[in-house]
Every structure is written in C-alpha cells, then in structure tokens.
Design a protein around this ligand. Structure first.
Ligand code: GLY
Ligand code: MN
Ligand code: MN
Length: 448
C-alpha cells in the first residue's frame, strides 16, 4: 500500500504509546469485570470461496486493528495479560505461492513482545497455558483457531470494549484526519472525471488511483452514482458506459489509513441550475446540523431536527407543502430521507456501539418510525461520527404516501422533475468537542 498517507503531517509514532495504553486500560477493565486473566485477540482467517482454492479479500477483526496498524496479517494473535507487555504472535507462513507478511517493523513494535511463528502449530506455545482464564475475541470459522479457549466473545466483555471504542484517542483522530485527506483526494479526482463525462466505472478508477487504494482496500464499496442511480442508497454497480446525458453525480466513497476509515459523500450537478440550488440548500442544512454537534447532544434529537429542517427545504424547493412538523408526522420527510442522520466511525465504517447506553449493554432504541438510525447515544468528547442528511426520489417509498393525507402534501410535478437527478446526500466526518466540533472532511477539502 502506498505509504504516502501513512504518516503525513502527523507523528503517529509519538501518539501511538498513549493509544496503546488506552487500549490496554480498557482491556484491564473488561477482563477484571469478566473475571478473566488474559485476552486473546485473533486477527482473522482467510475465507475460501465454495469449491475453490481462492480466498475472499481478507477483512481483519476490527478489535485486532484497534490494537495496532496491521490490517493484513491473518492467523495472528495478540495476547494481553494485565500488567504485562502485550504479545503479538505474528504469523509469517512458509509459503512460496503467496506473498507473506514481512519482518515486523514500524512505530508499534516497541510496544509489543513480538513472536514470529512460521507454522500454525507453533502458535500454541505462545498462548497462556491456563486457557480457562482466557477470553477469545474474534471471528471463529474454525474451532481449532481458539486452541480450546471456551469463552468466545462474551457479551459482557464485548460491551465494555465496544462502548469504550466510541471515544477516539489522539492517535486514532490523527489516523482519521489522514483518512479524510486521502478520501478527499479521491473525491476531487472523481468530480473531475464526472465533469469530463466519464462512466461510473471510469470515475471509480480515477478515485482508486487518487487514493492509491485497490477496491479491496477501501473501507466500503464505493457508491458512484450518475443520474437516477443516486436514489439507490447503496448503489454499488459501476456502469461501464457513460450515460448519454450527464445530469448529476452522487459519490459516497471513503479511504482508510491504518484501518481507520473516512466515509464521505458529495453530490454535484453538471448544469441544471434548479438542481444546483437544491444541492446548495441541502449543503446549508447539513452545515447547520454539523454546527449543532457538541458534547451532551442527544443524537436522536438531532436526527429528528434534521427532518424538521428537511421539511423546510422540501417546502422552499416546492417539493412539498405544509409545515415541517406535519411533514415529519405524516411520513413525508421519511419518504424523502429514509436513512439515519449518521453513525459512529472508526476501524469500522459503521463503528460498534452506536446504540449503547452504557458499557453494560443497555440499548437505546431509535425513535419510533426511524428504525435505521445507527447512532442513538448522547454525544461524548472525541466521538467521531458522520452527519449525512439526504433527499432522494425513491418511488417505492413515495408510492406508500398515496391514499394517505400525506399524498396531498407532495408536489408530484416537482418530484417528476427531480426524479432524473436521483438524489442528494452530503456526508462529513465530525469529531465531538466540549463546545463544538471538528469537521475533518471540510478541513480536508479546505486543505486540498
Ligand atoms: N457509506 C455508507 C454510509 O454512509 O453509511
Ligand atoms: Mn456514513
Ligand atoms: Mn457514506
């Protein structure tokens, strides 16, 4: 992977020791409360396709990645015993068919007792002998990889770790700023490709080249949507042919640095002034919502407030009529914006713990009628989350309004005008501060 983004303008090596201490402290806490002596964190196992000897792209255990910046090290283990230096059992197979992990190197190595093993059978001698006092954390396709550890991902332990992952360390924030800058480089290249009339496939290639990441290394499948495709929320086809008329472009694409993701969406109009105006209104709405992010905000309320503001945009743009509360209560705003306002972000694009009230695992449900909201917590300092309001013409949902009082609130002629443009989403990655926020995405666009 191109190292250009791995440490640019951020001394990750200087920040890493405190990060490692924080990760160790949360495991101290989780192990003590779970009555266990050791955590064994498995990196993951390559998966083979059916009847074949090809593997799917390797996706590491996010818990493993939160310990150290190794995203491509299958069949390896971190062994952590409170009070001791964490041990890394680094699997470097003897294999002449595939490239194998190189010599362990980087700013993280001094934090670990690294044991390089060349055969799976050699792992066992580096594991704690008292397996009944171990907790295994990771995905287990093959029971043999647990080496007789019986406590696999116990929810009491996982809840503590997931809840703690909500707040990012300074090292994680630095990685995420770099991931934003990397993603923004791709967004700029993609916008240029769109304006040059290129196909979705070509725009995707321009993006991957600019971020220097292969498809498999992206944090999620790029959404590169021209025209009507912008209304398909998770559109991941890539049409090989450019449409005869380019009207609009919705791009939801991220990047990663050391496993930490960015998740960025922008929408562009090629020429239509009315659609451009609607994008500007949605951009103003999105910035308004971002400006309200701070410690103590209940994200459920921010989501509902977004719907009220969206009601105002729908009326201003002559897409609907009525007051915002009526449009919210009658389901009009949800038909145009069926997904959540945002989610936690980190080593997973939809980072764990978004519905957790506390480390005991109590759940905060999304508001009624808004089941897809992935973040329901009260915001805490150094959480990183997305703010991603949208507005789409999704006929399946709009048709459900027919026959209800909501039908009369929709200006179906304007919907007809909007349909060929698909939709709009604008998504930034935002860090929560005591009295405000840091917008990593807009900062990265400003710096580009
Ligand atoms: N890219 C997926 C999302 O925005 O949640
Ligand atoms: Mn997102
Ligand atoms: Mn996204």
């Amino acid at each position: 992977m191109n190292a250009d983004y791995s440490n640019r303008n951020a001394d990750l090596g200087a920040l890493y020791p405190d990060h490692l201490s924080a990760v160790m402290a949360r495991h101290d806490d989780a192990l003590e409360k779970s009555g266990a002596a050791h955590a064994v964190i498995f990196s993951g196992c390559p998966r083979y396709s059916f009847l074949d000897d090809n593997t799917y792209p390797f996706r590491p255990n996010p818990h493993f990645v939160s310990w150290l910046p190794l995203t491509d090290l299958p069949l390896s283990y971190i062994v952590y015993t409170p009070g001791e230096k964490p041990r890394l059992i680094y699997y470097q197979p003897q294999d002449y068919w595939h490239s194998v992990p190189g010599v362990p190197e980087g700013y993280w190595t001094s934090g670990f007792d690294v044991r390089v093993v060349h055969a799976a059978d050699d792992v066992i001698e580096h594991l704690p002998a008292e397996r009944d006092k171990c907790i295994f954390i990771g995905e287990l396709d093959d029971p043999a990889h647990a080496f007789d550890i019986e406590r696999i991902n116990p929810s009491s332990t996982m809840n503590i770790l997931h809840f703690a992952r909500g707040r990012k360390t300074a090292y994680e924030l630095a990685c995420m700023r770099l991931a934003s800058r990397r993603g923004v480089a791709g967004h700029r290249a993609a916008e240029t490709a769109f304006r040059n009339g290129q196909s979705e496939f070509e725009i995707h290639q321009a993006y991957c080249k600019a971020v220097s990441l292969a498809d498999n290394e992206l944090p999620y499948g790029n959404i590169i949507a021209l025209n009507e495709h912008g209304a398909i929320l998770h559109y991941t086809d890539l049409d090989r042919d450019a449409p005869s008329e380019q009207r609009s472009f919705l791009i939801d694409a991220g990047a990663q640095v050391h496993g930490y993701a960015s998740d960025i969406t922008r929408t562009y109009a090629l020429a239509d002034a009315q659609f451009m105006n609607l994008i500007e209104r949605m951009d103003a709405l999105q910035r308004d919502i971002v400006s309200r992010v701070r410690v103590g905000i209940d994200f459920r309320e921010l989501h509902i407030e977004t719907h009220r503001l969206l009601g105002g945009v729908l009326v201003d743009a002559d897409i609907a009529s009525g007051d915002p509360d009526t449009l919210l209560a009658s389901g009009v705003t949800s038909a145009f914006l069926p997904h959540g306002l945002g989610h936690l972000l980190g080593v997973q694009v939809h980072d764990a713990g978004g519905h957790m009230e506390n480390e005991s695992g109590n759940v905060i449900d999304p508001p009624s009628g808004h089941p897809f909201l992935r973040l329901t917590r009260v915001l805490e300092e150094d959480m990183v989350l997305t703010i991603e309001p949208g507005l789409y013409v999704i006929d399946m949902l709009l048709e459900e309004l027919r026959g209800s009082p909501a039908e009369a609130h929709v200006n179906w002629n304007t919907v007809k005008w909007l349909r060929p443009f698909g939709g709009i989403r604008i998504e930034d990655n935002v860090r929560v501060l005591p009295n405000g926020q840091e917008n990593m995405t807009r900062d990265a666009f400003a710096a580009a």
